[in-house]
Design a protein around this ligand. Structure first.
Ligand SMILES: NC(=O)c1ccc[n+]([C@@H]2O[C@H](COP(=O)([O-])OP(=O)(O)OC[C@H]3O[C@@H](n4cnc5c(N)ncnc54)[C@H](O)[C@@H]3O)[C@@H](O)[C@H]2O)c1
Ligand SMILES: O=C(O)C[C@H](O)C(=O)O
Length: 312
């Protein structure tokens, strides 16, 4: 199987390729980037990372390793891909928020969309910001059924879980709190469904707001601390690689918050927005219309209105 990462020499693209290559030793990984030498450099470096199986210190699966290679931008980059990850960005990391990248990334998405073959749909994981708009734009430009377009928004679920775990003296894997809405200012953690080990978490309004504000702010703190050239590569690469792996393995039956083009679900249409979805090998299997309490429904409506104002 092959995954093509468009923007493969970028912060997110290269870290995603590295994570996928080590997670799945037999997977072919193609790095496509307009910075062709940089893609070649990363592909070679990741190939060498896999070659640690050659000595006793490294782990060996015994399986025949897949290839990690750079591929030129254009239709050939994705013709053999089972899943395509789109992490290309013309604007680089933005300190001015995700919407600041919209103009530059519209042009990137339009260029990339032209490479997708009309009659050979496959799952696409969009990462490029502003995420909901770029996932919707890609869907509209490519023309495949909407269920193929899976907008990656799970870093916020991880951040909310980490912060809840810290506050409640536990670990993130024991916490569950789905996050939907916009990948941006209008994120909507569904605290009404928050739990630890399956037991409901009772959170005050102040704590809910503090955790939401943490998830809004922390990616930009990370960028400030590390330097504007480096976005949230580790949380994003881990999440994108895990999501891509689920698609390669045939899907996921438990709903998670991902952005997908909507056509009437929750009463919304004409946008891609984070909603609870399950996955199959083709992309989005189903959008789950949960009965939300009034405050969470109002927050989701506000996210919809914000995205609808500039849908792509
Ligand atoms: N959805 C999320 O959770 C999430 C998280 C982090 C970053 N992001 C977004 O992901 C995108 C990538 O972030 P980054 O930090 O890796 O940026 P980056 O600038 O490091 O990398 C972008 C890469 O895309 C390449 N590129 C530009 N145009 C291209 C084209 N037409 N074809 C192929 N490659 C092209 C660039 O050469 C560069 O290597 C940004 O839009 C960023 O905001 C999203
Ligand atoms: O790259 C950014 O602007 C932040 C990114 O969307 C993130 O959630 O880490």
């Amino acid at each position: 199987m092959q995954v093509t990462v468009i923007g493969g020499a970028g912060t997110i693209g290269a870290a995603t390729a590295y994570t996928l290559a080590l997670d799945r030793p037999t997977l072919d990984v193609a790095l496509c980037d307009v910075e062709r030498d940089a893609a070649r450099g990363d592909a070679t470096d990741v190939t060498h990372a896999r070659a640690h199986v050659a000595h006793p210190v490294g782990r060996s699966s015994g399986d025949r390793p897949g290839a990690v290679r750079a591929v030129d931008p254009g239709p050939g980059a994705i013709e053999d891909a089972d899943v395509v990850v789109v992490a290309a960005s013309g604007a680089g990391t933005q300190t001015g928020g995700r919407m600041a990248a919209i103009e530059a990334n519209r042009a990137v998405v339009d260029e990339v969309a032209a490479w997708f073959p009309e009659h050979a749909p496959r799952p696409v994981v969009t990462v490029t910001n502003p995420l909901d708009r770029m996932n919707y734009r890609l869907f509209r430009r490519v023309g495949w059924e909407r269920s193929r377009f899976v907008g990656y928004a799970l870093s916020e679920t991880a951040r909310v879980a980490d912060e809840l775990a810290r506050r409640h003296g536990t670990t993130a894997e024991r916490v569950s709190c789905p996050v939907v809405g916009e990948h941006g200012e209008h994120i909507v953690p569904l605290f009404s469904r928050a739990s630890v080990d399956g037991d409901p978490l009772d959170l005050s309004a102040e704590e809910r707001e503090a955790v939401t504000e943490y998830a809004r702010r922390i990616p930009y703190d990370v960028i400030d601390w590390r330097g504007a050239r480096h976005s949230s590569r580790w949380v994003t690469a881990r999440g994108v690689a895990a999501l891509t792996g689920r698609l390669l393995d045939g899907g996921l039956d438990t709903p998670v918050g991902l952005s997908t083009p909507l056509d009437g679900e929750y009463g919304y249409e004409g946008v891609s927005l984070g909603v609870p979805v399950t996955l199959d090998a083709d992309g989005i299997d189903a959008v789950h219309e949960w009965d939300l309490p009034a405050d969470e429904r109002a927050a989701l409506d506000a996210a919809y209105e914000a995205v609808r104002a500039t849908p792509e």
